[in-house]
Design a binder for this molecule. Structure first.
Ligand SMILES: [Zn+2]
Length: 304
């Protein structure tokens, strides 16, 4: 039985797995990205992963989800944070296909996560929906007619840089007041640090809020309010039937989802929320790898 090698390249770790054509993960592992060592060392690591799996398996293709701005139609990195020297400008698909002589894909990690959720997770059966991920920043993926909507230059859906505060906090992108400066997981951690002097992670902040500490009750309330401000903007643009929210904080489950829904309720008109469902992502850390596989299987026309 043919298999797919799935790889998810993040700034600190590379996750990988051996996948069936149904998206079942048979084996998985991870290695340090060692981003600062640059693209050649990174490519060597990818080759090792593929070669190891190829020893005992017939590999149909290589599906890669990657960090940064990526032209997924050709598999080339076109921008983003230059943490991996040489990464921007690399056509990874060309390199992998030349080396292994099997099909490969590369797509942005949030777009992959959206596609993974569409194939096997919270977006199953939906051809149109929006995915919003809460992490270091806020990422977005737009699924339109069953495909990822890339935009003219493949940078559509960067919701994190929608401005929600005029003259607000400075963002890495050079603007002020960006959504992710107020509603990302990092923003939550920063908010807690500014107001209490304590360095806490997201879970700790929620624990203190659940214990009824007023300062944390207010922090979570404000953070959720910012998050749904952005969500309402996204809703006005797309009028989606479904919004899938991903990221580590979704481990809070219905406790957080109910707060989001309650806060969101009064922020859009009746026709926007008539059928709208808001769900948390279901595939966790595997969404990127599985979404990349979905893209690969579409590329080789497996579903036709
Ligand atoms: Zn920004």
């Amino acid at each position: 039985m043919k298999k797919v090698v799935g790889i998810d390249i993040g700034g600190t770790m590379i996750k990988f797995g051996l996948l069936t054509l149904e998206g079942k993960i048979l084996e998985s592992g991870e290695v340090d990205t060692e981003a600062s060592k640059g693209i050649d060392i990174l490519f060597e690591k990818l080759c090792n992963i593929v070669e190891n799996f190829s020893k005992d398996n017939e590999i149909l293709g290589i599906a890669v989800s990657g960090t940064g701005q990526i032209d997924g139609s050709i598999g080339k990195v076109i921008g983003g944070n230059p943490i991996i020297p040489g990464w921007i400008g690399t056509n990874l698909v060309e390199k992998l296909e030349n080396k292994f002589n099997i099909p490969a894909v590369l797509e942005n990690d949030v777009n992959c996560a959206a596609l993974g959720e569409k194939w096997l997770g919270a977006g199953k059966g939906q051809d149109n929906f929006v995915c919003v991920t809460i992490g270091t920043g806020i990422g977005g993926g737009v699924v339109l007619n069953g495909d990822i909507f890339r935009g003219d230059t493949c940078v559509a859906g960067e919701f994190g840089h929608i401005q929600i505060e005029k003259n607000g906090k400075e963002c890495l992108c050079g603007k002020k007041g960006c959504y992710e400066r107020y509603a990302s997981a990092t923003a939550l951690v920063n908010m807690a640090k500014e107001r209490t002097g304590e360095t806490l992670n997201g879970k700790e902040i929620f624990d203190r809020e659940k214990a009824g500490e007023e300062v944390f009750v207010n922090i979570i309330k404000e953070w959720v309010d910012y998050f749904t401000d952005g969500l309402s903007t996204i809703t006005y643009i797309f009028n989606p039937p479904l919004i899938v929210i991903g990221g580590g904080v979704t481990k809070q489950g219905d406790y957080l989802l109910d707060k989001i829904k309650e806060s969101f309720e009064s922020k859009v008109g009746i026709n926007y929320k008539k059928n709208l469902q808001i769900k948390f992502a279901e595939l966790g850390n595997n969404a990127g790898m599985l979404g990349a596989e979905y893209l690969l299987l579409k590329k080789i026309k497996h579903f036709n």
